[in-house]
Structures are given as structure tokens and as C-alpha cells.
Design a protein around this ligand. Sequence first.
Ligand code: ASP
Length: 338
Amino acid sequence: MRNFGTASFFLLLTACGPTVDTSVESPEPMEPVRWSVAIHGGAGHFDTEVLSGAEQAAYSASLSAALETGGAVLEAGGSAVDAVVATIAVMEDDSLFNAGRGAVFTAEGKHELDASIMRGQDRNCGAVTGLTGFRHPIDVARSVMTESEHVFFSGPGAAQFAGAQGAETAEPAWFDTQKAYSRYLRALERDTTIEKRGTVGCVALDSQGNLAAGTSTGGMTYKRHGRIGDSPVVGAGTWADNRTCAISATGWGEYFIRTAVAHEIHGRMLHGGANLQAAADGAIHDEMGALGGDGGIVGMDRFGNPAFSMNTPGMFRGAFKAGASPKVALFATDQLTP
Ligand code: ASP
């Protein structure tokens, strides 16, 4: 079982959870936002006592750099899909996060990477699971979306597809970090999976009015060979539909799959008329959290308003809109006003 010390405290919080705001969709803003991008870098049981000041500064700098990358793509007129891929690629190369370089180790001491992407204009999507040997799983997921008649490839088939597309390869050592390895050794000793914050995700609205969402992860430390979490599962970890929202999730994947969190948020907006924040809080607290799971989401509505929802004490996150500057936050109690 997953191991975390403060579970009961947060289950209690969830049980008493926030009253879900059932208000209808936010009105269209007077001044439409030209573009908007928002990210997460994983949710988990961290607070000011767990993360040193230096670590907080490092995460904040990495989140800002990723937002700047996505913002530059969108400012130049790039698509939401291009912005999501570029932003996530930066985070996949950053060993602070559990995606690409810095990914966790499986029970067999390897890296099996998962990623997915979806675009809002036609709900086309692409995903890979159990990918090994490729530097940017999000890029491979995009190729699945745009270059194949399928939407989801696994293991050797995913690698074969990535190779045929000319995706950039990387040696196993590229992904290794001492931090992830020490965690693996702790999990091995206890023979149990453990939380590893640091899955990455991005949602964006481009100047054409299209939404996109993507997610990339190494999964959970000591996951069993072939275990698939929510990140590559469209509808659980990722969703985008121009009628409603773009969503990327992070947290205890099994629970996000069981409650189809990303699609649940879309459904609450489309069929229930909820606004994004209300829909996200309902899915996180009343569905996923109520079953005992934990984690959070970053979302964006069709007007470019970002929203965050989580039932963990921390979630690395940030948002950046045309004409503003990137804003980041680390702890649940932090306000983030983009
Ligand atoms: N959701 C990911 C998984 O279950 C892990 C995470 O986001 O922390 O694979």
C-alpha cells in the first residue's frame, strides 16, 4: 500500500470537505485573454517543514522557467498543443520532477514512463505507457495523436512506434538520479510502493481559442512491472474539450482512474453547468478523495481562466497569461492569482 503519514488527517479534512459551489459557468470576460497556460509539477504530502527554503526556491524557479517556455510559444502564435509539448518537455528534462530525467524506479529498478496529450477542437488524443529509452514521452504521445490512426500504445509497441517516428532516444542512465534511487532503495527495503511527487502536467488556451492538456510521469516508486497509472489514461489523468475545459491530474493514479477525474470535471461543466473551480472541487473532494485517494488537478476553462484543486497539503503549480507575469505556488494554503 502507498505510504503516507498524514493520511488520516487529510481524510478527515476531505470528509468535512469544502461545500461544493454549484454556481453556473463563469461569464465570458469583458477582455478576452489572448492566451493562457498553467502547469503542475506533482501533488503530495509536503509542506514548509518537508521542503527546505532552497528546495522551495528551486521548484519555484523551475516552474517559472516551464511557464515562460509555454508562454513564448503562445505569444508567437503557436498552438496550445505546441505549448503543452514544449512546456512539458522542459519539465521532463528537469531532474526535480518525476518525468523523463528524474523519473522514479519501478520494482525492477527501471524507468517505465507514461504520457498523454489531448486537444480540445476535435478531442483527438495520444498516449504511451511503459515507454523506455525515449527522452520526451510527451513528444511521442503527440506523434501518436497526429501520426497514427490509434490513440494509445504500450511497452515495446510504444517504443517501436517512437523509433519509427524518429523520436529522440536516451540511455537508461539519462533518467537516473540519486534522489529517485534512494527512494527506490527505501521502497525495496519495505517492499511497498511509495508516493513520489513530481508528475508534470500542462493546460493551455491559444490565440485561436483552442484548448489542450498533457501529462507526463514516471508513475509511483516501486510500481510493479506493467502497472499503469492515470497519467496516460485519457479521461482519468488528461482531458481537453473546447466546449468546457482542459485538465491534467496528479496523485494516486488508481483513484483517479476509478473516478475518471479529468472527464468527471468536463461532465460536471457540460451537463451540470458548473464552473471549472466547482467542477474540479467536486471531482477531487467528493469523488476521488471520498474513495480515499489523494492528489490534485490543474485546469483551464475556454476563456483561459486557470483553476487548481487538491486534497494534499502541497501541489507544485503555476499560471501565466498574456500581458501578465508567471505566478507559482507550492502549498495548498498559498493563493495563486494569475
Ligand atoms: N498519477 C501518477 C501515477 O499514479 C503519479 C503522480 O501523479 O504522482 O502514476
